[in-house]
Design a binder for this molecule. Structure first.
Ligand code: SF4
Length: 186
């Protein structure tokens, strides 16, 4: 939401925050199997994810906001992956890369989780075995689009009336003062 007139540029805080956030995603690379090699290609000089501001791979969950699960995940590993996800601070996003991460793929066996969405809230699935780095770049662009379209509660209020998920309760200012009370009768 940008507009310019007479040398001025006006926008909303939401648009600026989402724009900045979408262009500075810090991936947590979880190369669990062969898809991890394509993940390395995605970060390397040929495909150059730095063009999208996401070259800063972070191996600490405290500094990452985009988990990329690349490869099949065993039940044993799932606990570690979930713990890393829980340690990442909000807002955060998740890409499931490849057939194995998304569905278990060819590993139809007792030891492999049949899709990481059994224990993670996946935002984007990347098909293929293995998906090429371009496909992962496309997934990253989809995440960027999703972030740019995110609205704050304040914007929901302004544009749609009540926030859809709030049927009863209060919207409270940081000072503790009730801004608005919403009841089911609304
Ligand atoms: S999707 Fe293919 S390349 Fe990726 S982890 Fe599975 S078998 Fe390996």
């Amino acid at each position: 939401m940008f507009s310019s007139e007479g040398g001025f540029l006006t926008t909303s805080v939401d648009a600026v925050v989402n724009w900045a956030r979408s262009n500075s995603l810090m991936p947590m690379p979880l190369g669990l199997a062969c898809c991890g090699i394509e993940l390395m290609g995605f970060a390397g000089p040929k495909y150059d994810v730095a063009r999208f501001g996401s070259e800063a791979m972070r191996f600490s969950p405290r500094q990452a906001d985009l988990m990329i699960v690349a490869g099949w995940c065993s039940f044993k590993m799932a606990h570690a992956v979930r713990r890393i996800w829980d340690q990442m601070s909000d807002p955060k996003w998740c890409i499931s890369m490849g057939a194995c991460a998304s569905t278990g793929g060819m590993h139809r066996c007792y030891g492999v989780v049949q899709g990481v969405d059994n224990f993670l809230p996946v935002d984007i699935y990347v098909p293929g075995c293995p998906p090429r780095p371009e496909a992962l770049l496309h997934a990253l662009m989809d995440i960027q689009e999703k972030i740019r379209n995110q609205h704050s509660v304040a914007m929901d209020e302004r544009e749609k009336g009540e926030p859809a998920y709030l049927t009863e309760g209060s919207i409270v200012a940081p000072t503790g003062e009730e801004i608005r009370h919403v009841s089911e009768a609304h």
